[in-house]
Design a protein around this ligand. Structure first.
Ligand code: IPE
Ligand code: IPE
Ligand code: MG
Length: 258
């Protein structure tokens, strides 16, 4: 393990926007899909790094709601590639105590049936694992997640189960895809782009963002450690003035959430 990292301040939840596969392939004079294929060892080394760090939740952005607009050949490749990856890697993740989850529109009719089935089986078989939660954001959009959460609450109002006045941040948060998932303290994006591209919009309100120029296929556990070191140099304030006494709701001190 990296001795620059303070083990007591490792983020509980790290989100990763795995970007730059196409550009990596371009540099190598390879087709874009070769870049996606090379993203797999990068992902699995990153998972090992997260396990070494003792991270509880790792969420990786694998396919956005907007990525459906890409060329059909690339979309088809990504669907089969992800189905294949799950089939090949599921048991190894299971053996390591990793619980696999998917967030996104899992019922989207454009997702091939075999992938839907592998998602279901992967989630089911690993559901009792507790070493780390690995969340694939797939056919995922933060805006869609908020819209769906809103619809769920509206349906409960319509059914007379809750009142409009009961809708608060906690209620909306509890209607997200995986309500038990803590908010990510750290979100990393590879490839030098500095935007969220619709990733975890609700949950990232107070996340620290670290952007690295490394293209995703070149990312590995050491890049992850570098990003965690950078995170540990950040000062998280949560809107509270630096020298002011911390106002809490009486239960948890906001400033303790580092
Ligand atoms: C990220 O790499 C993977 C997905 C979005 C599926 P890209 O395919 O976006 O690679 P670039 O950004 O074109 O280099
Ligand atoms: C974000 O990357 C989505 C994933 C990494 C899966 P994109 O490459 O799709 O984002 P933009 O188009 O550069 O914003
Ligand atoms: Mg990209």
């Amino acid at each position: 393990m990296d001795d620059r990292i303070d083990r007591d301040r490792v983020p509980r939840h790290i989100g990763v926007i795995m970007d730059g596969n196409g550009r990596w392939a371009n540099v190598q004079n390879l087709p874009r899909i070769a870049g996606h294929a090379r993203g797999e060892p990068a992902l699995f080394d990153t998972i090992q790094g997260a396990l070494e760090l003792g991270v509880e939740w790792l969420t990786v952005y694998a396919f956005s709601t907007e990525n459906w607009m890409r060329e059909s050949d690339e979309v088809d490749f990504l669907m089969h590639f992800n189905a294949d990856l799950l089939e090949r890697r599921r048991d190894e993740l299971d053996a390591q105590g990793v619980a696999i989850h998917f967030i996104g529109d899992k019922a989207d009719p454009r997702i091939p049936d075999d992938l839907k089935e592998r998602i279901r089986v992967s989630e089911e078989r690993t559901a009792a694992n507790t070493t780390m939660h690995l969340v694939f954001a797939f056919s995922y959009g933060g805006r869609l997640e908020i819209v769906e959460a809103t619809k769920r609450l509206a349906a409960r109002v319509e059914a007379g189960e809750i009142a409009v006045a009961d809708i608060d941040e906690a209620a909306l948060g509890a209607a997200m895809y995986l309500p038990e998932m803590p908010e990510p303290e750290l979100i990393i994006r590879s490839s030098g782009e500095q935007r969220t591209s619709n990733f975890l919009l609700w949950q990232s309100a107070y996340s620290e963002f670290v952007f690295t120029p490394v293209l995703w296929p070149d990312f590995d556990r050491n890049t992850l450690f570098d990003c965690v070191v950078e995170y540990q140099h950040r000062e998280r304030r949560f809107g509270v003035a630096q020298d002011a006494p911390v106002v809490t709701d009486g239960s948890t001190a906001i400033n303790d959430q580092t």
